[in-house]
Design a binder for this molecule. Structure first.
Ligand SMILES: [Zn+2]
Length: 454
């Protein structure tokens, strides 16, 4: 069995048609979901790129692999590179005799995070030209030819391939042929828990309908369609080479994206904070030979489940512990969940956040930014203080009635808030192997600055 892991940067799980989004943004991914399973409640490791990809490929939570800042804007990034003793997916596959290839530009982070190279025999970095100059994020059409060429060349070998598409990342300007929506077509209107009218998966109606916002959101959906098309091109190539039935495909993302939503209304169109829009990603798993009885699962999943799933699909032994579990038993209908609660974390501007989510509730702690005094001063000088108002200290939301996380129940239901806080504490203690990277002396070493934009 071969395996292709496709990650679409900043692709929200709830903007895929197979996950319930009314617009047909994802016909090719929908087809994979129909042949396998889609998971609709998947929490990424972090709302930023490098950190999440590191969890995806190591199977470890950020507090265990300890990459807790995007190395783009971190001037002391060497302190935050992955420990070389921590295993990655490609290394494990390579050791088991798989040919390994990566088509991604994650190495182009300033610090050249080596975990995105380790274990790959073939590495195509689509954002670096022949002189080694880094370009901006190229669209999928710029390197689909490299991907299909590689598949044609190595179709007779067993392989593991990683593909990273940037199309759903800002800016949201899809090619003409993917500009399908111009207005509010298809969106479902509902009254949110705080009484505001919202479009599901988009945000407050009034804001969404502002012409500039409408253009951006429609552009985003066009970009989902754009990336989806190039998922389809890979499938087409596999079929043409006669290896589709020998190749498992996993489609996911590193984090989501804010539209005009989130409890802090002044923030939009950027991937920051650990509210629903950024912390909901796709996970579509299609494995030939697996009888996927469960087509759509609402089980609480996490990035750390991807590496164990890959091991399960390919029959590999991971040489170390893993924080997650394989999703295959859920697909087969042997289990209906992997966990009762899932933890998440990240940062919102200068505010470190962590949360715990059950099927019914989400409880989030917004840590105070005191340790960031110097950084905060700089942020205020640049006007960021205005853009990034402090969120409340804790937020408790009802996931069933308030998926938009608009109504904070923390004061109204103190007992539940306390219980969830305890649960969060217990989960963190149970999962953390070593010191908390968010402890004050570590926080002081991080400059979050420009790291917000990936
Ligand atoms: Zn990203």
């Amino acid at each position: 069995m071969n395996l292709i892991l496709i990650a679409i940067d900043a692709c929200r799980g709830d903007h895929l048609h197979c996950n319930g989004y009314p617009r047909e943004t994802s016909p090719c991914i929908d087809q994979l979901a129909a042949e396998g399973s889609t998971f609709t409640d998947v929490t990424p490791a972090w709302p930023y790129t490098a950190i999440s990809y590191t969890s995806m490929i190591t199977g470890w939570y950020p507090f265990n692999h300890k990459m807790i800042a995007n190395p783009h804007g971190v001037h002391n990034a060497n302190d935050f590179l992955l420990d070389e003793t921590i295993w990655s997916i490609a290394q494990v596959a390579l050791d088991a005799g798989y040919r390994t290839a990566s088509f991604d530009s994650l190495l182009s982070f300033w610090s050249h995070s080596k975990q995105f190279v380790r274990g790959y025999q073939h590495l195509f970095n689509p954002t670096t030209d022949s002189k080694g100059v880094s370009k901006s994020q190229l669209p999928a059409e710029a390197y689909i030819g490299e991907i299909t060429h590689w598949l044609e060349r190595f179709k007779d070998e067993k392989f593991f391939m990683f593909v990273h598409y940037w199309d759903t990342h800002q800016p949201f300007v899809p090619p003409e042929r993917f500009k399908r929506w111009t207005g509010t077509e298809g969106w479902k209107l509902r009254t949110a828990a705080d009484g505001v009218e919202v479009y599901e998966g988009v945000g407050p109606k009034a804001k969404a309908e502002e012409p500039k916002n409408l253009e951006t959101i429609n552009g985003y959906d066009g970009e989902v369609l754009h990336a989806d098309h190039y998922v389809g091109e890979i499938v087409k190539c596999l079929k043409a080479q006669g290896i589709y039935d020998d190749t498992a495909i996993i489609v996911t993302a590193d984090h989501g994206e804010l539209m005009v939503e989130g409890p802090v209304d002044s923030v939009k169109f950027c991937m920051t904070g650990t509210w629903h829009p950024t912390m909901n990603i796709p996970l579509v798993v299609r494995v030939p030979g697996i009888d996927a009885k469960v087509k759509t699962s609402k089980a609480l999943m996490h990035h750390v489940d991807i590496a164990p799933t890959l091991c399960d699909v390919l029959g590999l032994e991971w040489p170390d512990v893993l924080d997650g579990e394989s999703v295959l038993p859920i697909m087969r209908g042997e289990k209906d969940k992997l966990r009762d609660a899932v933890i998440g974390m990240g940062t919102y501007g200068h505010v470190p956040q962590r949360f715990i989510k059950t099927a019914d509730h989400k409880f989030m702690v917004n840590l105070r930014p005191e340790p960031y005094a110097e950084q905060l001063e700089r942020l205020m000088k640049t006007g960021w203080r205005i853009l990034w108002p402090d969120p409340p200290k804790v937020e408790l939301t009802d996931r069933k009635t308030d998926p938009e996380e608009r109504k904070n129940l923390a004061e109204e239901r103190p007992d539940l808030a306390k219980k969830m806080a305890q649960l969060l504490d217990e989960e963190l203690k149970a999962k953390m192997r070593g010191p908390d990277p968010f402890r004050p002396e570590m926080r002081e070493r991080i400059w979050m600055g420009e790291s917000l934009w990936n």
